[in-house]
Every structure is written in structure tokens, then in C-alpha cells.
Design a protein around this ligand. Structure first.
Ligand code: SF4
Length: 490
């Protein structure tokens, strides 16, 4: 399972935006490692540096020095729609009759092809097969006969899917979040300006203060003098569809998303996991790093109550928390490995058990998710090879049964182990002594959200957008694209 993209945008009082954007992108590097880019505007013209690679490799001193201007946007990308090459690297920029436009996109449109076909029929030439270029062209076309706010609104009425965008029109920086708020986006204040970022950790990195999340369906326009921002609620829907996996896996634990500190959410999910499916064992240990906060919450709860919910006796310490798997930080991510065989080898390269922590013990291993089951199988085997008597697995999210169409590279249905296996069958496959997942209700409870205000498509198979061949869990209106569909001015 791989992350999506990270976006950032700043408008400062006077100093160049390039360095704050660069540090902001560094803070968001976990959201995408394929390409990185920054576009700035100095009041007269746009400056751009976009390339394949990690932030630290893409930008040198000289690159940052030539990115003049107090306004700018940035992007780190993991490919979710479009080719894996530089034509889809972002921010995407276009020049048109009334100025220049830059766009950074996190998410995935589900009707990009329809809009691309329509625009291509009207003479728009596309240079990539990505959905971000579709948004850029649609917006550029709308800007020919509408002001900025109306133009953004018209585009929002046509695109369907998940998007958090930072946009730069000449030297005006804006942020837009899709009407269901599927992807995160927040606003922060800096010493001399304002910032928009996928996660608040980017704001912290710049010594800024989180102001709030951008609301679903909201357009935020940063003032060019860095003194404030203007808000326009362009689309209002009854329900949101926040991606619950942002909290479970994607976001940094030190980020605050939709008013929740991700670290606390993970700890509370771990506590729920104990309440729902706690098992007495000698030691509880996380799969590093993803399972750590879950395991700490689980172990805390296990110190307070028994698996049946009774308070523990003062002399009963519950379950010991231990770091029993050590991570080799210099091994690349397993998804880089192209074959199943290499992926299996990568697990053994990456994690090494501390024998004394597991030998002769019953171990509860905590992770945030199981995708294909390859890693879990390897880990159970690894612990048993090291002398663990029992290995119980507990997962801080419900089983992943379906793919994600909103920008997460999650594997296909055929590859997902839970798509066609029961929990008992998965336990048998990964050779765990027991296996349990968290319920969808527990996730909604911890996020203090109604179930219908979350996207849980990958664990229920019902999506918050209208996707061909899939079920939806709500009334959604997929916009009609085609002749006569361009919205009238409003
Ligand atoms: S399908 Fe899953 S990963 Fe994708 S947006 Fe919805 S909750 Fe997030």
C-alpha cells in the first residue's frame, strides 16, 4: 500500500517562497517519493523546477535561488493516475490568454477521462494522461470568461472524485478541498504569511501555527501581501467522506487532521482493538513503524482490563509491551521490488527479531493493516523461527477487501488477501495462532464521526463516489459531462 501525494502552497509578505516550500515538501516526503516540484511567481512571471526523485535530490541551492517570488506551490508525488514518468510530475503549469496557472493535486478524479475527451474535442491539447492536467485545462477554460472564484466553482461542479489542490493563478495562491473532504488540507500561519499544506506537520516544520482544516467544498484564497486569507464555501454537501486510512496509515503521527492528532487516534484504535479482541499473551509488540502507536494503546488498555473487560488486579501487570522487531532503515520500501519473490526477501532484509524478547513466549503482533498477506506471513514465520510459542496478530483497521479509486495504490482485488478469504482463512494462510481486525464501528467511534461521514470503500466495497461497476454507500450526483453540460454563470 503506497501513499498518495503531498501538496503545499505559501504566500509571504516579501521574502522568497522557495525555501519554505522546500522545507514543507521535506515534511511531506512520506506522501510521495517519485517526483518533487515547486512553482513560484514573482509578480511578473512564473518560475518552475520539477523533477523525478526525492526532495533532497531534486533541489540544489541554485535551483532554489532561481525560484523567485513570494508566492508559490509545491508537490511531492506518488503516481496514482497517469504514467510513471516526468510528464505527470507536478506542480502542473499552463499559460493561457489571461495568465499563468499552476496546480498541485492530491487525490484522484473518477471522471477525468470524460472531461479530457470533451476538452480535447474543443481543441485542448494534453501533454500527459494524468487527471491534474484535466483540472488545469478545465480551470483555464473557465477563467476565460469568469472571475477566479466563479471559475473554480464551475470546475468543482464538473470534476468528480477526490482532490485537495493548491493552485497558483499568476501570484495568487489558493487551496481547494473536494466537497466530501476525502483528502486532508489545512491552513497555517507563518511569521510573515500563510501556508496551505496536506498535513499540519509541514506547518510545524516552518515554526508556523495550524489555523484550521480547509473545509470540504471550500476555496481558500491567500492574500498576496501575506496578511490573511479569504474563504468561499463553493459546494455544500450533507456528508463528508474523509479517508479513514489517512489516520490509520498514511499521515504522519504528529499531524492533526480534521481536528484529530493522528498519533492519539492510532493509540485509541489500539485501545479499541484490545477491547474488541484482546488476547492474553506474554508480550505485545508492534510491526515497526506502522504498528507502534496501535501497540502502545493496546498494551495500555491491556494493563487496565482483562480481555473480558474486568478491571485487573493491582498485582496483575497485564501484557508487557516490547519492541521485538528491529528495522533496518536502509532497505528500500517493499513496493519497489517488482516480483513476489523479491518482496518476500525484502521483509527479511528489513526486520530482524530480538531473540530474547520472543523466545519461549506467546507474542501478540500489532500492525495497521494486511494487504497481500506476504509481510504478515513472513513476520509470523520469523517470530516462530526465533522461538515464539504462539503468535497472535491484531490489526488496527478492518480487513481491506476492495481497491481504492481515490488515489491510494492499494493492490487489485485479486491481490488483496481479505477480498475472498474469511478472517479464519487468513489466519490459517499467514499461520498465526489467532487473528483479529478492528470493526468499522470502532474506527468511526474513535474518529468521533458518523460512519457515513467517512470513506471506507476499501473495507466495505461501497464508495462515496459514483464509480463504474462499484457500489456506493450514499446518494451522489456524478456530473454530466458532454454537450451543453458547461455550467451557466452563477
Ligand atoms: S477507499 Fe480506503 S484508502 Fe481509499 S479513500 Fe477510501 S478509505 Fe481511503
Amino acid at each position: 500500500m503506497t501513499e498518495k501525494c503531498g501538496v503545499v502552497g505559501v504566500s509571504l509578505g516579501g521574502r522568497n517562497a522557495a525555501r519554505p516550500l522546500y522545507y514543507g515538501l521535506y515534511a511531506l516526503q512520506h506522501r510521495g517519493q517519485e517526483s518533487a516540484g515547486i512553482i513560484t511567481h514573482d509578480g511578473f512571471q512564473q518560475h518552475s523546477h520539477v523533477d523525478m526523485g526525492l526532495v533532497g535530490d531534486v533541489f540544489g541551492e541554485d535551483d532554489l535561488d532561481q525560484l523567485n517570488g513570494a508566492a508559490g506551490i509545491g508537490h511531492v508525488r506518488y503516481p496514482t493516475a497517469g504514467s510513471v514518468d516526468s510528464s505527470c510530475a507536478q506542480p502542473f503549469s499552463v499559460s493561457f490568454k489571461s495568465g499563468s496557472l499552476g496546480l498541485s493535486h492530491n487525490g484522484n478524479l473518477v471522471n477525468a477521462d470524460e472531461i479530457r475527451d470533451e476538452l480535447a474535442g474543443m481543441g485542448h491539447a494534453f501533454t500527459s494522461d494524468g487527471d491534474t492536467e484535466v483540472i488545469a485545462h478545465d480551470l483555464a477554460r473557465n477563467l476565460l470568461d469568469a472571475d477566479l472564484v466563479r471559475a473554480v466553482k464551475r470546475t468543482m461542479q464538473r470534476i468528480h472524485g477526490s482532490y485537495s489542490l493548491t493552485i497558483m493563478h499568476d501570484d495568487t495562491v489558493m487551496g481547494v478541498r473536494d466537497p466530501q473532504g476525502n483528502r486532508p488540507l489545512c491552513i497555517g500561519t507563518l511569521e510573515d504569511g500563510y501556508i496551505l499544506a496536506s498535513e499540519s506537520a509541514a506547518i510545524d516544520t516552518l515554526d508556523g501555527e495550524l489555523v484550521r482544516d480547509v473545509r470540504p467544498g471550500e476555496l481558500v484564497v491567500l492574500q498576496e501581501d501575506g496578511q490573511g486569507f479569504d474563504s468561499y464555501q463553493l459546494v455544500d454537501l450533507e456528508n463528508t467522506a474523509h479517508c479513514f486510512f489517512e489516520h490509520v496509515y498514511f499521515a504522519r503521527p504528529d499531524s492533526i487532521i480534521d481536528d484529530n492528532l493522528v498519533y492519539e487516534v492510532r493509540r485509541n484504535l489500539g485501545r479499541k482493538l484490545w477491547e474488541e479482541s484482546g488476547v492474553e499473551s506474554d508480550v505485545v509488540m508492534p510491526v515497526p513503524d506502522s504498528g507502534r502507536a496501535f501497540a502502545s494503546g493496546y498494551a495500555d488498555a491491556a494493563g487496565e482490563t482483562t480481555p473480558s473487560g474486568e478491571e485487573r488486579d493491582e498485582r496483575d501487570d497485564g501484557v508487557e509491551f516490547a519492541e521485538g522487531l528491529m528495522k533496518n532503515r536502509y532497505v528500500g520500501r517493499t513496493f519497489i521490488m517488482p516480483t513476489q519473490d523479491e518482496r518476500e526477501r525484502a521483509v527479511r532484509l528489513k526486520l530482524n527479531p530480538i531473540k530474547s524478547t520472543v523466545e519461549g513466549k506467546s507474542v501478540t503482533l500489532i500492525d495497521d493493516s494486511i494487504v497481500r498477506g506476504t509481510t504478515s506471513t513472513q513476520l509470523v514465520q520469523l517470530l516462530k523461527d526465533c522461538g515464539a510459542e504462539e503468535v497472535h496478530m491484531r490489526i488496527g483497521a478492518p480487513p481491506i477487501v476492495a481497491p481504492c479509486y481515490m488515489g491510494i495504490d492499494m493492490a487489485t482485488r485479486e491481490e488483496l488477501i481479505a477480498a475472498d478469504k474469511s478472517v479464519a482463512e487468513i489466519a490459517e494462510t499467514i499461520e498465526a495462532d489467532s487473528l483479529a481486525y478492528l470493526s468499522t464501528d470502532a474506527v468511526a467511534d474513535v474518529l468521533e464521526s458518523d460512519r457515513i461521514d467517512l470513506c471506507m470503500g476499501c473495507v466495505t466495497g461501497e464508495y462515496p463516489y459514483e464509480i463504474e461497476g462499484e457500489e456506493t454507500d450514499r446518494e451522489v450526483d456524478r456530473p454530466t459531462i458532454g454537450e451543453g453540460s458547461i455550467p451557466a454563470d452563477d
